[in-house]
Write a protein that binds this ligand. Structure first.
Ligand code: GLU
Ligand code: ZN
Length: 519
């Protein structure tokens, strides 16, 4: 056990995607690694960004991918409340302290004045920033105006001379000239604090020892360091994580390119261990001597290996293929019983069940079809788990996501197959030729299957023999049989499938296919 304390501090937008998972995973991994605490704090001071049940939706999403919290609005804790809008009195008190010590001041500038200021600075090619107009209003005057009800904000009185130096665990030394730093608003006109005041007060009062956040906050870091100094507090360590970009490497990860809601990622059948594995590899790699060549790590291994010092400084790019590869690998390493359990859980909870965020998430194009397939097959899967397990064992090495399973196993469960022209290779043989060949082959296959001990070698020899008799390429005949009996051009080894399906089903499909081809 240690007294390391980490925090995730999301705004309750209700949205969780790979980028957010990556942002909060380090807290969880490090808290587990060092026996510290992972805290959830909700930063809802921007009331314009709220969605109904946003907090609950986010907690659900984090916990479903395995990021759990030791303290937070849902589990309580000693340093609550954990929602910033419940802490307004605290911020007011600390803003007052800064005013009393001369480190902050009231600003009465109107929106119009600030707008004009910005315009003229832009016109003069200056960096837009507040000009300190109210900085020197006397304390008595300012207090009187506030008492009179004049609208105002509270600004930080950032020193004008010298510089500020901070140290980031990932980016190293960050320094600024103080004259380049704006007098940041700390309390807004609506009585809410800005992020800058709230984050400093909360991280301090909540005893945070390492604050991990997005690199977009790096430019604000000196302001925060200065606030700690003004309060006379020891700042926590800070680590700023680089962004994840779209695959083209230009913009921040967007909805079209991988910022899919976690609800959809889980529903599609990505495993939580794969989501963790992929997300953390966005911009981090273990020490070379600890690295696995296949890049597959269990959550336990990530807890062992993760360290902030090895987070890359450069932005990562979202890579769907890598995510798919990692998920497929995690599926393969499960033993069959565990996989079956996971499939059942996935089908019931994620596909047929709902996530809180579904209430305001636009469904993806594939969702309705997946839901209806799972609704159709789940009762069949459950009615004979042994059969399901055997069928699944053949597909386990082939699927990328659990969502591939219903369609991949359909021929094990259907009594009737249907085909389209694309299910056959019609370039080399016409439908009639295919039907003729299958008619010849059917009784001979039946012969083989009557023999309990038929094996792969015998089967392949026989099919090749027929193909030679017909003057066909071997591959063409295998393909025709595959299409006839599974309804597709690719499948697990046919004999393995037939051993599970049984000859009657195989025969029925061949007969149906002949009828279809003759139409
Ligand atoms: N509430 C901030 C955001 O959503 C998080 C900043 C932090 O972690 O300090 O971007
Ligand atoms: Zn002002």
């Amino acid at each position: 056990m240690s007294d390391f304390r980490y925090r995730a501090a999301p705004s309750p937008t209700g949205k969780v995607h790979v980028g957010t998972i990556r942002a909060y995973l380090p807290n969880y991994l490090l808290a587990k690694k060092y026996g510290g605490k992972n805290i959830l704090r909700i930063e809802d001071t921007d009331q314009t960004r709220l969605v109904p049940n946003g907090v609950e939706a986010m907690i659900e999403a984090y916990e479903e991918v395995g990021i759990t919290f030791d303290e937070g609005p849902h589990v309580g804790g000693k340093v609550g409340p954990y929602v910033q809008s419940d802490r307004l009195d605290i911020y007011k008190e600390y803003a007052q302290k800064l005013i009393d010590t001369g480190n902050a001041y009231y600003c009465f500038c109107s929106k119009e004045r600030l707008e004009e200021l910005r315009e003229s600075q832009r016109a003069n090619k200056q960096r837009p920033m507040y000009d300190g107009h109210c900085r020197d209003i006397s304390v008595e005057d300012a207090k009187a105006r506030v008492a009179n009800g004049e609208p105002h904000v509270v600004r930080m009185k950032f020193p004008k001379e010298g510089g500020t130096v901070c140290h980031d665990l990932i980016f190293g030394k960050v320094s600024v000239k103080n004259s380049d730093v704006e007098d940041q608003i700390l309390m807004k006109g609506d009585g809410f604090p800005t992020y800058h005041l709230a984050v400093v007060v909360d991280d301090h009062l909540m005893g945070i020892t390492t604050a991990i956040r997005g690199v977009d906050w790096l430019p604000s870091y000196p302001k925060h360091v200065k606030l700690y100094e003004m309060f006379g507090w020891e700042p926590p360590k800070f680590a700023h994580l680089p962004l994840i970009l779209n695959p083209d490497g230009r913009k921040k990860l967007s909805k079209r390119h991988g910022a899919f809601p976690v609800s959809q990622i889980l529903r599609k059948g990505y495993l939580k261990e794969a989501i963790m594995n992929y997300s953390i590899l966005c911009g981090w790699s273990p020490k070379p001597e600890d690295a696995h060549q296949d890049e597959i790590y269990t959550p336990e291994e990530l807890i062992q290996l993760f360290e902030l010092e090895r987070v890359h400084k450069t932005a990562a790019r979202y890579d769907q293929q890598k995510f798919d590869y990692i998920n497929a690998k995690h599926i393969r390493r499960l033993d069959l019983d565990t996989l079956v359990e996971k499939v059942m859980h996935w089908a019931k909870k994620y596909v047929l069940g709902t996530f809180i965020s579904d209430a305001y998430t636009e469904p993806a194009a594939w969702e309705p079809e997946l839901k209806s397939l799972v609704a159709k097959y789940l009762p069949k899967w459950e009615s004979d788990l042994e059969y399901f397990k055997r069928a699944l064992s053949l597909e386990k090495e082939r699927i990328t996501v659990l969502g591939d399973i219903p369609a991949a196993l359909d021929f094990f469960y259907e009594d009737t197959l249907t085909w389209t022209d694309e299910d056959w290779n019609l370039k080399n043989h016409s439908k009639n030729e295919l039907a003729d060949a299958l008619e010849v082959v059917l009784p001979r296959l039946e012969e083989i299957f009557k023999d309990e001990n038929y094996d792969h070698e015998e089967w392949e020899k026989v099919v090749r023999g027929y193909a030679d008799e017909l003057g066909w390429k071997h591959g063409d005949l295998f393909l025709a049989i595959r299409s006839a009996t599974t309804g597709r051009l690719q499948s697990p080894p046919l004999l393995d499938c037939y051993a599970i399906m049984g000859w009657n089903k195989v025969k029925r499909f061949i007969e149906q296919s002949i009828v279809w081809l003759r139409k």
